[in-house]
Design a protein. Structure first.
Length: 318
């Protein structure tokens, strides 16, 4: 069932009329097929117009859309023979972080991602994609494995941020995130990170300090959520729209700043309208990114990766 966002109400009304017509058994002199085709043309036009001029605040809504493909959807669509690996070998398994081994278009790879879940049960099970220290230590363990067996690392970023609970802080949340970022930078193998929904704060960059950072067109990537920023600066979450503009969290701004390397175009109306097409488009971009790094030795990879992040933020500031 399609879920509509607040700014999509006119589209929802038209699609509702289309559904009503399709369920009519007797419409008198009305040619149902013609009427449906006319309304569908209007829907397509309205979708293009609406999504061509989304504000940063509206992009935040799209990035959080419940019907967007999540980490496990990409794993299922892109990774063959996926074998999940669990636990950080220190404390526990963190289901917010998905990790394992598999084959991506003929290459053996290590996959690390954040899973939000699709319904109430899965969201609770995966803690809404918000990892605890054991999740980031699990990611480090998988990166160690990738280095040992010389396997590329693919990461899928989709989290509002690291879990902010007291227990996570007691177990060393900040250290776990910092160590995970450092481990990304020390990798001797290619790493491609993809921001597929929300890329929130250190919780995202902990698995995104990669050679290539890809980002879906309507995803977001930011140091803090717009609501959190608005609460701090204006002491009101109602200013989240203004915060979203100031944070420059949308893909085109981040590409200009050099924070990401490539924008993956989404279907008209967002990834939620064509999950399979979005998964394929991201897969094509990942494959191209890996090919660009074929033949690079570990020293060159590390040097280029570190240089990339040291220079980050210089573009677009003049």
């Amino acid at each position: 069932m399609q879920t509509f966002l607040e700014f999509e109400k006119p589209i929802a009304e038209l699609e509702g009329k289309i559904e009503e017509l399709r369920h009519l058994t007797n419409a008198g002199d009305i040619n149902i097929a013609d009427e449906v085709a006319k309304l569908q043309t209007k829907v397509d036009k309205l979708l293009r117009q609406t999504y061509a001029k989304l504000t940063p605040g509206q992009k935040v809504q799209v990035a959080r859309h419940p019907n967007r493909p999540h980490c496990l959807d990409y794993v299922q669509g892109l990774i063959e023979d996926f074998t999940p690996l669990a636990g950080d070998r220190f404390f526990a398994e963190d289901r917010a972080v998905i990790g394992g081994l598999g084959r991506f278009r003929g290459r053996s790879v290590v996959v690390i991602g954040q899973e939000k879940g699709h319904d109430t049960e899965s969201r609770v099970r995966h803690n809404f994609g918000m990892a605890k220290p054991e999740g980031y230590r699990k990611a480090q363990r998988l990166m160690d494995l990738a280095d040992r067996f010389k396997l590329p690392v693919l990461s899928l970023v989709d989290t509002a941020g690291a879990f902010p609970g007291v227990q996570a802080e007691e177990r060393g949340q900040a250290e776990a995130i910092a160590s995970s970022i450092a481990r990304c930078l020390r990798l001797n193998v290619p790493m491609v990170a993809s921001v597929i929904g929300e890329g929130g704060s250190g919780g995202a960059i902990a698995i995104a300090a990669a050679d290539r950072v890809l980002m879906l067109e309507h995803a977001i990537y930011s140091v803090i959520t717009p609501e959190g920023c608005a609460s701090i600066l204006w002491r009101s979450p109602d200013m989240a729209g203004e915060a979203a503009i100031a944070l420059r969290l949308i893909s085109h701004d981040l590409k200009e700043l050099g924070v990401i390397d490539r924008i993956i175009q989404e279907p008209i109306g967002g990834a939620q309208r064509d999950p399979a097409g979005t998964v394929k488009a991201l897969g094509d971009a990942i494959e191209q990114s890996l090919r660009e790094m074929d033949g690079l030795d570990s020293a060159t990879l590390r040097a280029k990766r570190r240089e990339k992040f040291l220079e980050m933020g210089q573009k677009g500031l003049g």
